[in-house]
Design a protein around this ligand. Sequence first.
Ligand code: CP
Ligand code: NVA
Length: 314
Amino acid sequence: MLKDLLRTADLDLADIERVLEYAQRSKDDPYGFRHILEGDTAVLYFNKPSTRTRLSLETAVARLGGVPIMVGPNDLQLGRGETIEDTAEVMSRYARAITIRTYSDDEVRRFAKTASVPVVNALTDGHHPCQSLADLQTLLQRFGDLSDVVIAYVGDGNNVAHSLLEAAAIVGMEMRVATPPGYEVEPEVVEVAKARAALSGAKLIFTDDAKAAVEGVQAIYTDTWVSMGDPDEERAKRLHDLEPYQVNDALMDLTRPEAIFMHCLPDHRGEEVTAEVVDGPRSVVFDQAENRLHAAVGILYAVLAGRLEGYDPS
Ligand code: CP
Ligand code: NVA
């Protein structure tokens, strides 16, 4: 049984289908899950800013009948040198689940290794599984069958790209990833995704040609060119190198007529996407944001109810 959700590739297809089923139930019947956390708490430890993830998880905990306890690094003795392991052990004695947003994936893995309650990655430098599950829900609502979806991710090969790629590989989508040289997705993630694609029939394409990548797709996805944790001194170079990968009307015109524009938000109008596109009729960014809540309910319900089996490569 899978205790934690640290990256999307921890899940197998049945897990994803289960989370999406719960997420849809959360949308259709928002107060139908109230029993599972009644009288209990879940800790949200956030070491980076957040709007959607924090608010969706706090609301999800309330919808599950519990009380969210939000803490930052300066609220905890962790900020004064208490170990991750001791912190995780203590949190497990109070709360029924721990969600963590921080920089290093290793920190979250250490939390999960010691914690006896489920740990959910609420974004690290490497992964953003909660976002990818909400995005699958959005694609499912739009297109009905995920294995028929053709999506292009254009821009920086970052945490959001990693989790979307793993999600696409598990559910059998066609995903084309267009990144400039030096901004490719991590080779380890590509390897994991290819192994999962071999099982699902997903088609994964990696290129530096944004125009070729988006030709005929049903969805274009992009994310910020400067993520939290990217050094400030890299900012100008990043904007320069990624500029040819901006999602604008000319790029959208190469897609299918029904194609949608996706972004995890926050967006930076005039950088990775133009205002015309993100504010235009093909944009589904606020449906994605809403689905963060439903997916959060689905994920927390699944881990709390012990309903995730997890991927076993053996
Ligand atoms: N998409 C997303 O994770 O947004 P926040 O950083 O606002 O949580
Ligand atoms: N890639 C972005 C996503 C923010 C939701 C970051 O890590 O800052």
